[in-house]
Design a protein around this ligand. Structure first.
Ligand code: GTP
Ligand code: MG
Ligand code: ZN
Length: 307
């Protein structure tokens, strides 16, 4: 290899205005400065094939003398999400405030379903428990088998537990604007210095203080992505789970699937539906089933609209 040209692999930490910031792998033998972050352009071919490099993508770089380093190739993805736009996640931490902004089980279930569909482990963090406990949320999600952590960035409760959970993994934080994602991340690692915002008193929700998706390196190893929060309206553009897949994205439905009277059962209203029976018996929580029905209608309508 000439000294004018160098190839190495790395991880996209962020993308802003057509530039990508790629952290070179430390193991890359020929890399001149392993661990360095390179400001890169992407090859035009990605745009033509409408493939957009994502934060979390592992990429191959070409570095030539007197030129911007170029992303030549996106290495195969393990998974990717539309919102937040990240690739290769080990887990998705969904932050819901106990209040202010008020939690929505539909929003929570929609995000969990999208994560399950992609094979990404969901974790529920209930924030602002200094204001309200929201024990009812824990009672819905813990029995299903999701890790639930109650956190307060004011008292420090639960912060160490979240820090431990992130160690050595690639994690993205998501949740409504103003739930306290950036505040919590600043507590997890004081070097982050992420911008946080007051909740708009008038609107009762955040004002999208965080504008970029960015992977941050954790002191104890691993990376975590802070992401801009969403409002209820933007939720419509979340990752869509196909109708056929939807029942499998509600993991507590699994024992009952295949037990319904009709093989084509949608588990929303049919006679002899084993899922509905489990809801009546209290084995499946009502709010989870309500979310399922709402999402089912959404994907069903979406398909009809497309025809
Ligand atoms: N009482 C209380 N307030 C908190 C807590 N965590 C965050 N806040 C406040 O909530 C507001 C929003 O916090 P951010 O961390 O900016 O929220 P965010 O989720 O990053 O919001 P976006 O970047 O817009 O998505 C700030 O005024 C914080 O001080 C908490 O645990 N308790
Ligand atoms: Mg933020
Ligand atoms: Zn059924």
């Amino acid at each position: 290899m000439s000294n004018r040209e160098n190839r190495l692999t790395g991880l996209i930490l962020k993308g802003i205005g057509g530039f990508y910031y790629v952290k070179a792998d430390t193991e890359t033998g020929d890399s001149t400065l392993p661990g360095m972050v390179y400001e890169c352009k992407a090859r035009g071919v990605f745009r033509k094939n409408s493939v957009t490099p994502l934060v979390g993508d592992r990429v191959r770089l070409l570095i030539e003398e007197n030129q911007s380093p170029v992303i030549e190739e996106i290495l195969p993805r393990r998974n990717s999400l539309v919102r937040p736009p990240v690739a290769n996640l080990d887990q998705l931490v969904l932050v819901a405030a106990s209040c202010d902004p008020a939690p929505s089980t539909l929003v929570i279930d929609k995000i969990i379903a999208a994560a399950e569909d992609k094979g990404i482990a969901p974790v529920l963090v209930i924030s602002k428990v200094d204001l309200e406990q929201a024990q009812w949320l824990r009672e819905i999600y813990e029995p299903i088998g999701f890790p639930v952590i109650q956190v307060s960035s004011s008292t420090g409760e639960g912060v160490a537990e979240v820090r431990e959970l992130l160690r050595g993994k690639i994690t993205a934080f998501t949740g409504n604007s103003g739930v306290g994602k950036s505040t919590l991340l600043n507590q997890i690692d004081s070097r982050f210095c992420l911008e946080t915002g007051e909740i708009s008193k008038k609107l009762g929700r955040g004002r999208h203080t965080t504008r970029q998706v960015e992977l941050l390196e954790l002191e104890g190893g691993g990376y975590v992505a802070d992401t801009p929060g969403f409002s209820a309206i933007q939720m419509e553009r979340y990752d869509v789970v196909k109708k056929e897949q939807l029942p499998y994205c509600f993991r507590e439905f699994e024992p009952y699937l295949g037990e319904c009277r009709f093989p084509s059962c949608s588990h929303t209203c049919e006679k002899g539906c084993a899922v509905l029976e489990a809801v009546r018996e209290g084995k499946i929580s009502r709010s989870r089933h309500e979310s399922y029905c709402a999402l089912y209608q959404e994907v069903k309508d979406w398909k009809e609209w497309k025809k």
